[in-house]
Design a protein. Structure first.
Length: 346
């Protein structure tokens, strides 16, 4: 059920200027991209009346000056204006100085790890911008306390919102006969060194197993490991469908690096082997579909993947549990409901 936010207000989901929303929607309509809007925020329509999407203005010398002027003024909150929503702190910094809104809400993805590694001083301007929000959300419960502490007293509330993926796009596929190990992802907290060591070990034990790694790493892969720099959404979905197991290695982080790939693979019905970092248990704990190992443990990654490869019946059963796990609480429909709750509880 959609609810009005009051006084004729609706909600606008703002995306970066470079995000081509029309092309994304067309690709989705053609079956080549998940969800109608990025991150499934179009599904907010099921909870909030009058949701639209638009791009933030491109940065120009004039807009930069205007935003600096606006930033020294209190944020306007006229009830008859729409609520503004952004996915992450980079867009949120621009939302903070976007006018004619009744309230502003943003996700925060990378900031907590940046502050932990580099100190808060480097992010002072972002701190000021986020303090202008009416509410913030993070995708890991391990981020809540550090973000609240960084923002300080009087800052907007920080909520934990679990992520989700489009199960209609990453749909369940029958478990494959031919063995294939897949790893996907190249964000700043992935650990290609550990991953490729694990794949080398696995390949020595099972030279018959095909291995495909999507990564832009410059490390030379072991023999028999095929590294590709980029996959489209449809290529990615098809690769998951061919996989016997998906393996993800990450470095220590608070934002649950790897959760998107993990959930996409599990939605397809594939078991997962992944590094345990703070917040990971909230996504992959309590299910036989996922096996977690310690950071930097290449032998454990290889061992858990080999166990699944050696017992295809158990692998297929884990894949069924994986699909059910995502359907039960980790879809973009669930994500949109949680974001809507943050917005409407004001």
């Amino acid at each position: 059920m959609s609810v009005a936010l009051g006084s004729g207000a609706d909600a606008v989901v703002f995306y970066p200027a470079e995000r081509d929303l029309e092309t994304w929607a067309a690709r989705h309509a053609a079956g080549s991209a998940p969800d109608r809007w990025p991150y499934g925020l179009d599904r907010l329509e099921s909870h909030i009346a009058g949701v639209t999407s638009k791009n933030l203005p491109a940065a120009t010398p004039i807009t930069r000056v205007a935003r600096r002027v606006i930033a020294v003024l209190p944020p306007g909150r006229r009830a008859s204006n729409p609520v503004g929503v952004t996915w992450d702190e980079n867009a949120g910094a621009l939302l903070a100085t976007t006018t004619r809104l009744s309230a502003r809400y943003s996700g925060v993805v990378w900031l907590t790890d940046g502050v932990a590694r580099q100190g808060g001083g480097r992010f002072a301007s972002l701190r000021r911008a986020l303090r202008r929000m009416d509410g913030l959300w993070v995708l890991s419960d391990a981020q809540v306390a550090p973000l609240a502490a960084f923002l300080g007293e009087g800052a907007p509330p920080v909520h934990y919102v679990r992520f989700g993926v489009d199960q209609d796009f990453f749909r369940h596929a029958p478990y494959p006969i031919r063995p294939l190990v897949v790893s996907v992802g190249g964000d700043r907290d992935r650990d290609p060194e550990t991953l490729l060591r694990a794949m080398a070990t696995l390949r020595k034990v099972r030279p018959d197993v095909e291995i495909v790694v999507q990564s832009k790493t410059s490390i030379d892969p072991p023999a028999g490991v095929n590294v590709v720099p980029y996959l489209t959404h449809t290529e990615l979905r098809d690769l998951y469908a061919r996989a016997s197991v998906v393996v993800i290695a990450t470095r220590p982080n608070l934002h649950v690096s790897g959760m998107t790939v993990g959930l996409e693979a599990m939605a397809t019905g594939r078991p997962l082997v992944i590094t345990r970092t703070p917040g990971m248990d909230d996504y992959f704990g309590g299910t036989t579909a996922a096996r977690m190992v310690q950071v930097g443990d290449a032998d454990a990654l290889a061992s858990e993947a080999l166990r699944l490869l050696e017992d295809p019946v158990a692998g297929a059963a884990a894949g069924e549990a994986a699909s059910a796990h995502v359907t039960g609480g980790f879809t973009t429909a669930h994500l949109a409901a949680r974001v809507a709750e943050v917005i409407t509880r004001r």
